[in-house]
Design a protein around this ligand. Structure first.
Ligand code: NAD
Length: 348
């Protein structure tokens, strides 16, 4: 398994996309967001996606030269038609817009449709937190990628519909919730397949609706399904996923699960909240800091060493992988080499 330094991995990623006619600036954005996901430990949303995205370009599902259009706009909102450009580049620009609007309008929202996969959504909510705002991002898959069973159901009806909320702290790192409304992201099944691993019981059911640890059961045949977040309280993950579908898909016009779309797309809602218009920043930081100290003071349960807050595990992993390099499994590396060779890059 090669371990690759982030700078090199960014260059490889950007070079491959540029060779596929992705504009230089967009290729740079995509490479940063993919490698940031690897740095954070979310390999499911990192460079493993390069071959998949190149396949989307080949299939005409991503138009590398397209630019997004603001279709409707007010000081506090915008509706963006992504025109099927690269999801990461659209989402990054849309988040900059929602941040800018919240800075003058206190609370703002931007909705996106005609947009391919935008990757790890925590990358965008964190942009708001780094600007001193609260950032909220949610995504539905616009009708395709229906991997998640509804609570009590036995086949996939919803996508993994993730939500991320990031808030700034007075320290270096924001607090970042970044979760799917399924038990795990579908990409984690992809990682298990590439590594020839099993998955924990409770992630998946097979085509007969039975619990399974075999990642191949997701696609079948017959196809199985990911379970909604929450285990015995899966009704809550299902409820969350359904409402994200409404906010991501119905509001933007991208379409909701079951609308008949078969290609991958993300219907996106981004919200930014200007904290300083509600309360002095120092007061906000003081309350958040006290909350973090309060939860961290809980005596660790058996099998745990400490309490972590959302975003902390990714911040630690980012520090470690920035200095030690990013482990890329052999199958993913082989696929990246093959993809690079197909666009004329022989040496990585
Ligand atoms: P996950 O199950 O690893 O959960 C991650 C969240 O849990 C983070 O907020 C993390 O800080 C927190 N966390 C993890 N361990 C913790 C601990 N011990 N204590 C406290 N908090 C802890 O991730 P996931 O739900 O499988 O999602 C993976 C990624 O997939 C996300 O980055 C998401 O944005 C991405 N995703 C994207 C799409 C899309 O269509 N664009 C779809 C699905 C998922």
């Amino acid at each position: 398994m090669p371990s690759v330094m982030p700078e090199r991995l960014r260059k490889i990623t950007a070079d491959i996309f540029e060779a596929a006619n992705v504009p230089t600036e967009d290729a740079k954005i995509i490479s940063e967001i993919l490698v940031d996901a690897n740095l954070a430990g979310h390999d499911s949303h990192g460079v493993i996606r390069i071959p998949q995205y190149m396949g989307f370009i080949d299939a005409g599902q991503i138009d590398p030269g397209a630019t997004m259009e603001i279709e409707r706009e007010s000081p506090s909102h915008a509706l963006i038609n992504g025109n099927w450009g690269f999801g990461h580049a659209i989402a990054q620009r849309a988040m900059s817009l929602v941040i800018q609007k919240a800075q003058s309008s206190t609370v703002s929202a931007v909705s996106i449709y005609n947009c391919n996969h935008i990757g790890r959504i925590g990358s965008y909510s964190m942009m708001a937190a780094k600007a001193g705002l609260v950032g909220i991002v949610m995504v539905n898959a616009g009708g395709a990628a229906l991997y998640v069973a509804p609570f009590g159901g036995s086949d996939g009806r919803l996508a993994t519909n993730p939500i991320s909320i990031a808030a700034p702290t007075q320290g270096d790192e924001p607090i970042v919730l970044d979760i799917t409304s399924s038990v795990v992201a579908q990409g984690k099944i992809r990682v298990a397949l590439n590594r020839d691993d099993t998955v924990p019981l409770g992630w998946l059911i097979n085509g007969k609706g039975e619990p399974t640890t075999d990642p191949r059961d997701l696609n079948g045949p017959p196809p199985g399904a990911l379970l909604p977040l929450g285990g015995i309280a899966g009704h809550k993950g299902f409820a969350l996923g359904l409402m994200i579908d409404v906010l991501g898909g119905a509001l933007s016009g991208a379409g909701c699960s079951g609308s008949g779309t078969t290609t991958v797309q993300n219907g996106v809602l981004m919200i930014a909240i200007n904290i300083a218009e509600f309360t002095p920043m120092d007061d906000f930081y003081g309350r958040v800091d006290a909350l973090v100290k309060h939860v961290k003071a809980s005596p660790p349960a058996p099998g745990f060493e400490e309490i972590l807050v959302p975003g902390e595990i990714e911040a630690r992993q980012t520090k470690r992988r920035s200095s030690e390099g990013i482990p890329v499994d052999d199958e993913t590396w082989r696929q990246i080499q093959e993809t690079a060779a197909a666009v004329g890059i022989s040496e990585l």
